[in-house]
Design a protein around this ligand. Structure first.
Ligand SMILES: [Cu+2]
Length: 479
């Protein structure tokens, strides 16, 4: 293969030899050896780590993206055509340390590998189906000949189990795109079948800036009961795991950048609801969507942007504030992991007497949540095997009480250019961390008083405070 992922963790295994090891959960389709011989060797990735950017060694050059907890698929160049080989197959995805899910994906992972090409590239995608049912691949957002659009039944025959189909087209528009099945979509997307696609501009583009860091990931949601491994695919709205690239906090890698870097984050949404994505400490602009680059005259600053279902957004900003900045979906239920949904609200209910009575019968009985839910993060309550804690993540000051769609943007002055490694927790300069009040502060100056006369020692005489009290009248019509 002409281009290789420069990472020892990438395993190149023989497709057939590896077939039995993929999963015992679902019988995978078998593919004949003769049929595979002419295809680009399938490359798979077993580790859920964020892999280093794949610097192109053939074709036109570009500044590669970094896939959060993912990787970019290597290709081979065949008479000027970039050939990729996607293998649809059952996979085991570690969603967070200690919690694995049985999903469907591509080339060993869910989501599948990111595809990176350059505007104008001729692209040939081989898609081999090792799922137990038929599939297809739709190249979301791209200009393709209609018969390459991947809608099973409408624009092509479905790809039966064991078969390989070829898609061929020119990557006409630069931008941020996705790929996913257009066959038994409800099941296949609920099982994790999707991937990112980035088409880099072939030359300087008036609406596409060069950036120092370029991240990409997809938003997805799963419904996996505590202790189970396989998503419930009939779920329409009541998901319990909200993921960046099929990972949940604290399993999501941090975005590590150098202070002053221009940062681009490409986010696509293939879940069943919208996700308002929020960056702390910085304002960003949305510089593009899956419709292409946004003209500069049509951009405005934001700190949260909604990424609707089936949409992609490019967030860009200068990372000029050092620190550990939260980056998350702003729906508070989406920054939590699986829990029973029938938990009653116990805030303000003093049930100590009840607990004493129950404890006589059930010694291990625990009642959660009478002072809010943060107790659950601190107590690390026992959960079934293969279940992520609901709210967790140890930070330098204690539990972060987060899960799901949450990670940290780490901005450091001493991060090396091109180094995506985790620099550890931020060391705050003295006097810049919120602190506990201990009663010793300079006397306040009250608004509306001359400064010279306004700082008497001791508390202000109560007679000087004017308040107006309006009593409600009975029978008064509200408005
Ligand atoms: Cu969300």
């Amino acid at each position: 293969m002409a281009s290789q992922q420069k990472n020892p963790m990438t395993s190149r295994r023989n497709f057939l030899a590896g077939a039995g090891a993929i999963t015992g959960a679902v019988a995978a389709a078998s593919v004949s050896k003769a049929a595979m011989a002419a295809l680009p060797e399938p490359v798979t990735q077993g580790k859920p780590d964020t892999m280093p950017p794949l610097v192109p060694s053939t074709g036109r050059g570009y500044n590669p993206v970094v896939t959060l907890n993912g990787w970019t698929l290597p290709w081979r160049m065949n008479n000027g055509v970039k050939e990729f080989h996607l293998v649809a197959e059952p996979v085991v995805r570690e969603m967070a340390p200690g919690f694995k899910a049985h999903l469907w994906g591509y080339n060993g992972q869910s989501p599948g590998p990111t595809i990176e090409v350059v505007e104008g590239d001729r692209v040939r995608m081989f898609v081999t189906n090792k799922l137990p049912e038929h599939t297809s691949v739709h190249w979301h957002g791209q200009r393709v000949p209609n018969g390459m659009d991947g809608v099973g039944g409408l624009t092509q025959k479905h790809i039966a189990p064991g078969k390989t189909f070829v898609y061929e087209f020119t990557a006409r528009r630069p931008g941020t795109f996705m790929y996913h099945p257009h066959a038994d979509e409800m099941v296949q997307m609920a099982m994790g079948m999707m991937g990112s696609w980035v088409t880099h501009p072939k030359a300087r583009h008036p609406s596409i800036d060069e950036v120092d860091r370029d991240f990409v990931f997809l938003l997805n949601a799963y419904d996996i009961e505590p202790g189970a491994y396989t998503p419930k695919i009939m779920t329409m709205l009541d998901f319990n795991l909200f993921t960046f690239n099929s990972r949940i906090f604290p399993g999501i890698a941090s975005l590590n950048v150098r202070r002053g870097d221009k940062v681009r984050i490409r986010v696509g949404n293939l879940s069943m609801t919208n996700h308002p994505m929020h960056v702390h400490g910085h304002e960003f602009q949305v510089t593009g969507t899956d419709g292409g680059p946004t003209p500069k005259s049509a951009r405005w600053p934001e700190v949260t942007t909604d990424v609707g279902v089936g949409q992609m957004r490019q967030l860009e900003f200068i990372a000029d504030e050092e620190g550990d900045w939260a980056f998350h979906c702003h729906k508070s239920h989406h920054t939590m992991n699986a829990m029973g949904h029938e938990v009653p609200t116990m805030i303000g209910v003093d049930h100590r007497q009840v607990v004493r009575q129950i404890t006589r019968l059930v010694p291990d009985y625990m009642v959660m949540g009478e002072r809010g839910m943060s107790d659950m993060a601190e107590m690390e309550m026992p959960v079934p095997d293969n279940t992520a804690p609901m709210m967790t993540g140890q930070g330098p000051f204690g539990s972060m009480e987060m899960g799901g769609m949450f990670t940290v943007l780490k901005v450091r002055r001493d991060q090396k250019a091109g180094d995506y490694g985790n620099p550890g927790w931020f060391k705050h300069p003295a006097g810049t961390v919120a602190y506990e009040f201990d009663g010793s502060l300079p006397q306040p100056v009250r608004a509306g008083k001359p400064a010279a006369a306004s700082a008497p020692a001791g508390p202000a005489p109560t007679g000087e405070v004017e308040v107006q009290i309006r009593k409600p009248r009975s029978g008064h019509a509200g408005h």
